[in-house]
Design a protein around this ligand. Structure first.
Ligand code: HEC
Length: 94
């Protein structure tokens, strides 16, 4: 028995959603560039210590929690983590 075109399209929706979710997951630098380390071990190790290597990748890996108040504007920035999700909240300090 042959399924209709509409049924076939509906069956593809969960697959497409799963592929999109996977594509949105960034790869940590340590993992993404690991292939280079096979031949460039020393460069790879020193690169991992650079601000650039630490500026990209998963935010939760090196998330620094805390609060900062910009005194001139009275704006408070707060970085918190919950259920493996980071949140930046901005509010007006009193
Ligand atoms: C199979 C071994 C191997 C792997 C894996 C490898 N490289 Fe190389 N790479 C070399 C060799 C050999 C050279 C040439 C070195 C030379 O000429 O002194 C080189 C040269 C380079 C150079 C030029 C260096 C210079 O001073 O001119 C860069 C940049 C580089 N590689 C980056 C990478 C990056 C980024 C990756 C990972 C995506 C990578 N390589 C993976 C073997 C490798």
């Amino acid at each position: 028995m042959q399924r209709s075109f509409v049924v076939n399209c509906l069956l593809l929706i969960p697959l497409i959603a799963a592929l999109q979710a996977a594509a949105l997951q960034p790869t940590p630098v340590r993992q993404a560039d690991a292939g280079c380390a096979r031949c460039h071990e020393k460069i790879f190790r020193s690169y991992l210590a650079t601000p650039m290597a630490n500026a990209s990748g998963l935010a939760m890996v090196k998330l620094r929690l805390g609060t900062f108040v910009h005194s001139r504007s009275g704006t408070e920035y707060k970085v918190t983590a919950r259920n493996n999700q980071g949140t930046l909240s901005i509010s007006q300090a009193s």
